[in-house]
Design a binder for this molecule. Sequence first.
Ligand SMILES: [Zn+2]
Length: 268
Amino acid sequence: MLVGSLDGVRISAAVAERGPEYRCPECKGLLILRKGRKVVHHFAHKPPTSCSWAKGETKAHLEAKQLVADALARRSIRAQLEFVVDTLPGDRRADVMAWSPKGRQIAFELQHTPIGLDEIERRAFSYARVGIAQIWIPFLGSSVWANGRSRYNGDWFVERYSPRPFERWVHGFNGQDGMWMYDPKDKAFWLGRLAGHQIYVEESTWYSEGGDENYSGGFHRYSKRYKELTLEGPYEAESLLVKVKPRRAYTKNGYNWPAGRVAHLVPS
Ligand SMILES: [Zn+2]
């Protein structure tokens, strides 16, 4: 985690000094401040602990949260790491919460590990209910680079990409604006779009009992499993602006999207 509590006041590991007793804002347990070189400065629970906030967190996730918060701060946009939203189910922390100049909240959810559809929908509906705009940013896995190729216009193209259910959800949530994704290796953002992946069904002919000639195949159909993924980028966090738009509620193929405010990134 990136934020601890010192005498009841939130403090970021980036600015915390060694010495005082930092505590977990959730369980009030003692924290260890880790200011190493390999991993972004952070706090860890002093074992033993049963706190839900002490669950394994990846270096990439810590790094991404700090990166987004720093980029916002450089633009003089108020932002807080691991901000607690009391109405959220489960882990009540938004990875990063930002405030528009008019004071409206925008939650950044940086999704390093897959999240279940039920869980993402619960969180999304919860944000929407209280009027918090939201942006979900899935992390790109290395298979995207191994299985894709660069296109003439500089886009990265993966012809057979098997999106995880939550990625399909995020893509649907964002609609025409595409889905921003994060590459933890280069610490860069890409604008991703999914499109139908076509499979050719071979033509075949057979004869039925009455001597009728039958044909099938000879056409393209869309794959259920695979999509084409096109990535536009890379963009550094500093080069992206935040824009908020409303969207309507929608349900399709078992996916549910709330009416609410969606945040998008826009290259500046
Ligand atoms: Zn704790």
